[in-house]
Design a protein around this ligand. Sequence first.
Ligand code: SF4
Length: 226
Amino acid sequence: MTLAERIVACRRCPRLIAHARRIAREKRRAYRDQTYWGRPVPPLGSRSPRLLVVGLAPGAHGANRTGRVFTGDSSGEWLFRALHAAGFANRPESIGPRDGLLLREAAVTCAVRCAPPGNRPRPEEREACLPFLVEELSVHRRLRVILALGRFAFDAVLRAARSADFPEWRPKPAFGHGTEWTRSDGRIVLLGSYHPSRQNTQTGRLSRAMFQGPVDRAREILDADS
Ligand code: SF4
């Protein structure tokens, strides 16, 4: 089975599996005519990315509805617009799985692959899902930049990198918006960004220009290699 197939078939976290199914049954009124995905959500994009974007977890009525990571909610609208502006996506929108969106040189994944209640996975659920991220870091041989959206994803990347036996980032990375950390072998750059959640975008903590900054920086790093 491929990694994506194993993720979709995973049932390690009964609480999250039950929650994703319940959301899919109950639905939001605006989507009541739609069939929700209601399962673990696999990564999206290039099979050999140079940029890996890591988020927290599928949105209850976004990726848990559409089955495509970051697709169908406000966070995805911010992310794909920024990726498009930096040349990583062929369109600026993410409406549904058949909208024609294609990513170039980039993949998008989550630290936890099932929608958690209140967007808060438990520590044991974070640990249960970590091997998938370890595997992604290990198999993506062309990987050059990791963009972690939010502290949860940032910490998950560091934990996964340790498990994948990556060379260390030095000094030890600390999360912040616009932070940049280059691995000791110079090969992989870790960028930190606030997550484009409504909590950040609607309170003014994160503006479009602020969010575009780390995405454009990823593009700059990749272009400098070419
Ligand atoms: S969160 Fe990850 S480990 Fe837990 S059931 Fe979903 S896919 Fe499996």
